[in-house]
Design a protein. Structure first.
Length: 232
């Protein structure tokens, strides 16, 4: 998923880079409003995990690579806004210090993995949680499915960028087949890993998982209503 320098032309890179910058700027503002002492160390742990996972790359086509994204995992654990920032930090560090992804393509990579992967993936997660709200382990299942789908969506984002301004020498059909096919398989693995990690954290510290806080906070209120009615 890391795009190298020169694979997408400058105007396309600049356009998607501007969109990514806007998304990250807004995410920073939203994340700053809800950042607390518990979420900061968890964000660091998530960043370290995603960084390590993304360093395991699989070659795809014409210099591009595939790997786990971690966007939904980060968004579910620490919230979509902070999750997008976490993924952005990981990508910038990888691009600058480890030459994993081109410097001119950082905006493209952030758009695909932070905006589509984390923010878009979290939107999928919320929709699935509502759909499966009565099912056992709805959050775990939703996180796994959303994580897998987010990888495919991110690969489709790259395919769109290549169709607009690709300069890699490969045909759009070849790149699309390679990217979507490979990332469908990667998405299965990412979905399983995300479900396992979210399930483990839920089992030990449910209160730390951002993706279940609204539901969890509603339960005491719902439980209090019958009691209040009985006293009334």
């Amino acid at each position: 998923m890391h795009i190298p320098d020169g694979f997408i032309n400058v105007p396309t890179s600049a356009g998607f880079g501007a969109a990514a910058a806007g998304g990250v700027w807004y995410s920073l503002r939203r994340a700053a409003a809800v950042l607390d002492d518990r979420r900061i160390p968890l964000a660091g742990l998530v960043a370290a995990f995603v960084f390590a996972a993304q360093m395991v790359n699989f070659p795809v086509a014409s210099g591009t690579s595939g790997h786990l994204l971690g966007g939904v995992l980060a968004a579910v654990l620490v919230g979509p806004w902070l999750g997008a920032v976490v993924i952005t930090v990981v990508l910038v560090v990888q691009g600058i210090f480890f030459a994993d992804g081109g410097l001119s393509a950082i905006g493209l990579n952030v758009f695909n993995m932070a905006v589509i992967g984390a923010l878009g993936g979290y939107a999928l997660y919320l929709g699935l949680v509502r759909l499966l709200r009565r099912a056992p382990a709805a959050e775990v299942i939703s996180a796994g499915v959303a994580a897998g789908l987010s990888v495919v969506l991110a690969s489709l984002g790259f395919t769109l960028e290549y169709a607009i301004g690709g300069e890699g020498g490969a045909s759009i059909g070849k790149v699309a087949a390679a990217m979507v096919g490979t990332h469908t398989l990667i998405g299965i693995g990412e979905g399983l890993i995300t479900a396992l990690v979210v399930g483990a954290v839920l089992a030990s510290r449910r209160d730390l998982v951002h993706g279940v806080r609204p539901e969890a906070s509603a339960r005491p209120e719902a439980a209090a209503r019958p009691e209040a009615a009985a006293h009334g």
